[in-house]
Design a protein around this ligand. Structure first.
Ligand SMILES: [Cu+2]
Length: 184
């Protein structure tokens, strides 16, 4: 049958809307399938995809102060990672980077010797898990250091001991100078 002009236009519009809905449904199916896939995936794998997409950078700004370490962001992309470290405090600090699950997981000095009791026993950390350090960063000083990091959790800490005139020792790690850095 011959369609009148207005019917033909209505028919064309209907076809267009039908096609449009079909495309939307197809996209929804792809997204749903993708989400189902992601749910079976590991968190790190998903984060890895985000990282490779450029949403996560390879540089983090770190501040040192009495007695805290803060990294922003605390999540960086694996590879060459740059720590842009600023000592915003009033005394010398350092940043030591090791691979560890948490500050609590680090080996601790139990007998006073080269370092005070409660300090991190750096010699007890394997070479493979020792990434490096900035060395001393003076008050208001700055240090920029690059590390080759694979995905995992790392701990940054300051292990400096200050010895008062009365021989009282203050270890910065004991006072809380540590923070984690997640690499994906
Ligand atoms: Cu310190």
């Amino acid at each position: 049958m011959r369609l009148r002009r207005s019917d033909a236009e209505t028919f064309a519009a209907g076809t267009f809307i039908f096609s449009f809905v079909a495309v939307i449904l197809a996209m929804a199916a792809v997204v749903t399938a993708g989400m189902a896939y992601a749910h079976t995936d590991t968190v790190s794998h998903r984060l890895d995809k985000v990282a490779s997409g450029g949403a996560i950078g390879s540089t983090t700004k770190v501040t040192l102060e009495e007695y805290a370490i803060k990294a922003s962001p605390a999540l960086v992309k694996a590879g060459v990672v740059t720590l842009d470290v600023t000592n915003v405090g009033g005394m010398t600090h350092e940043l030591v980077l090791v691979r560890a699950a948490s500050p609590q997981a680090l080996p601790i000095v139990t007998t006073a010797g080269e370092r005070s009791v409660g300090a991190v026993d750096e010699e007890a950390i394997s070479e493979a898990n020792t990434m490096g350090e900035t060395g001393d960063v003076k008050a208001q000083g700055h240090a920029r250091k690059q590390f080759h990091l694979t995905p995992g959790t790392y701990v940054m800490f300051c292990n400096i001991d200050n010895i008062a005139k009365d021989q009282t020792v203050t270890n910065h790690f004991v006072k809380g100078m540590s923070a984690t850095l997640t690499v994906v």
